[in-house]
Design a protein around this ligand. Structure first.
Ligand SMILES: [Zn+2]
Ligand SMILES: [Zn+2]
Ligand SMILES: [Zn+2]
Ligand SMILES: [Zn+2]
Length: 282
């Protein structure tokens, strides 16, 4: 929670009055808004479980004020940020809140088949995979809706939200390029990148919770030789680092073509480093 007193070190003994707490609470929610709701929604904030994405507006929910659960969920959903004023659903709460040591399964979610936009279950309803080459046009719309979260290969969208995405796509196509709401995310068809997760190894279906960052030399080489981008902070396990079987990465179905402005700025850093290496080799 970001209080307006950053020059004073906050201590456990400090107090805050209720109106100020509410203000800080709202500020914290605002801060996490892209992860929990449609950032263009005015006033109608959706409450979603930050772990599985189910809409908890009319559901039993738990505020994330348990430090241990918060920590584990933060690791699971990084780089999306969660705060103590976010909510999780009862099913997710049960998964993390048991007397056993916290579940080691990083794929533990209370609900599956949840629409990535509205957070309602699509079970038994018409729905689509977001990553589907037959409707690539909606990908950038959906990606912007859920930013900084990223579309994963298993993500689904309900029919209603799909229609909304198509409508947004058509509206944006009519806007002059620079005023487009889509300008935060850019699709580069000739460049690929690894999913931006800090929780596990970047290789597809490798669940290793390695803490090893992908070394810069490798980021530079894959970018300059293969147009494959790995953002800083991505992890790799020892096995995959040693095996060097990069083609597995390039062919993975979780490969993304959408880039944020920050990532494109980082391209320049990689190119600079690449040049320096060339000079050193002379
Ligand atoms: Zn006050
Ligand atoms: Zn949940
Ligand atoms: Zn939906
Ligand atoms: Zn791995």
């Amino acid at each position: 929670m970001l209080l307006n007193i950053f020059y004073v070190k906050v201590q456990a003994s400090h107090y805050i009055c209720h109106p100020c707490w509410q203000r800080a609470d709202r500020a914290a929610k605002q801060y996490t808004r892209p992860s929990t709701s449609n950032s263009t929604a005015r006033g109608s904030t959706q409450l979603k479980c930050v772990n599985c994405g189910i809409n908890v507006t009319r559901m039993k929910r738990h505020i994330l004020n348990d430090e241990i659960i918060l920590h584990h969920i933060q690791q699971r959903v990084a780089p999306k940020m969660v705060t103590a004023s976010d909510y999780i659903c009862d099913a997710c709460h049960l998964l993390f809140h048991n007397d056993n040591p916290v579940s080691e399964d990083y794929d533990s979610v209370g609900h599956r088949n949840v629409c990535i936009k509205c957070g309602y279950s699509v079970r038994g309803l018409r729905h689509y995979k977001v990553l589907n080459e037959n409707h690539e046009h909606i990908l950038s719309v959906v990606q912007n809706w859920i930013y900084p979260q990223e579309v994963q290969s298993a993500d689904v969208i309900c029919h209603r939200c799909f229609q909304k995405a198509e409508a947004d796509f058509r509206t944006n196509a009519l806007l002059p390029y620079n005023t487009s709401a889509q300008s935060e995310i850019i699709i580069l068809p000739n460049y690929r990148r690894a999913p931006h997760t800090h929780a596990r190894c970047i290789f597809p279906s490798c669940n290793s919770k390695s803490q090893q960052l992908v070394p810069d030399v490798i980021r530079v080489r894959l970018f300059s030789d293969h147009k494959y981008y790995i953002s800083p902070g991505c992890r790799i396990c020892r096995f995959h680092l040693e095996s060097q079987s990069w083609s597995l990465l390039f062919e993975a179905d979780n490969t993304q073509h959408s880039f944020s402005a920050t990532q494109i700025e980082d391209f320049c850093e990689l190119l600079k480093q690449n040049k320096n290496e060339d000079f050193e080799n002379i």
